[in-house]
Write a protein that binds this ligand. Sequence first.
Ligand code: SF4
Length: 457
Amino acid sequence: MKIPDSLKRYGLAKVFDYLDKDPMNNMSKVMDLVNKFAGDTLDRQRAAFDQVINDKDSCWHQLIEKVWTQTDPNVLKTVFNNFFVNANLVGWPKQEECRKKYGCNIPWAILLDPTSACNLHCTGCWAAEYGNKLNLSFDEIDSIITQGKELGIYMYIYTGGEPLVRKKDLIALCEKHNDVAFLSFTNATLIDEAFCQDLLRVGNFIPAISLEGFEEANDSRRGEGIYKKVTDAMALLKSHKLPFGISTCYTSVNYKDITSEEFYDKIMDLGAYFIWFFHYMPVGNDAAPELMPTPEQREEIYHRIRAMRQTKGIFAMDFQNDAEYVGGCIAGGRRYLHINANGDVDPCVFIHYSDSNIREKTLLECLQSPMFMAYHNNQPFNENMLRPCPMLENPEFIEKMVKETGAHSTDPQSPESVEHLTAKTHPYADNWTPTAEKLWNESHPGCAGCTACAGKQ
Ligand code: SF4
């Protein structure tokens, strides 16, 4: 029997109240109830969660306890409703329904750039020079979210530019769409007392703060004193019991620092609940391919992050090496897409080739465009989930998709041809393949030739 969304929401609101009385002891009973409501939605993830909450010694159990006891109660309740209930238990089945109805990918999350402007002048970043020439207006962002909710999308992630340059508009959007979850990549330097008060009031906005490593690594790229400003912002968030996480990009230069025990302990101490790792992508005419990790370095990163997961109470996601948990590449609307500050709808935040602009098409029309259908029809790009990407590890796919669909470069400053891009990734892909095959076969001994789970989740 299909349970109506309103009943799901009502039941789960009651669950939250019950849970809040004695969270850790009541959580396993609650999960039994959630499992009943959810049917087969996200069953693999829920099974893993069941295991964690029942193992009191696991670092993940400690993380859940920390989140529940050290987060502001209004924020916790709003995140529970908007993220767990709306974005997942209600939104996911709706996305699946729309996927079948419209014959295209329907994402779980939309990334969007409110502005190309930034308040810092980081080495190698165009945003400061490009200034505030490009912006999505309040009404445009509002329309994207309104259209998204019709398709079951309740998760919106801001990137940029520096999104908090537009913090007044972002808070107004939190108020207007108080049933969705917002997350924002940010350099954190615009987080102040007044903004913390806004976050406490709306409850549905979580910062993901960019860090390159320790003080020297940050300040040499971003400017003297920036690391201190960023850690001060974290202390302020923590003192208000506001949840936040870290976003970091590993390169051949900083990978050891940001996967070290010392770094993990530092950011946990500062109050971070999660850390998202991104692989350096050689995107753009001015990219520095030498910053891509070598196969040996990427293998070390793979092992270090997996090892830390066994002992550190922080949710760590390594996007390039964790594709097995999400069935491969999630771009092209399979689970997410990216809309830049010019309105171009990119398949991925790293793939700047598009045939659609949100100022000219509806969100659904963008998802049904040739470029997005090329993603839909070709995913997964590789059965080996350590080689998920059509640009980094399988560059022949991005070349083919761009050529066949006529997608153009959406780089606002210096458009890059796809051949220029893949000239950097072909050698990387060739070098990485033997290591990826070895790691995949070691970790998935029964998977050779099997495609049963590819593209799932
Ligand atoms: S296109 Fe590449 S970088 Fe983007 S989500 Fe897919 S695998 Fe990841």
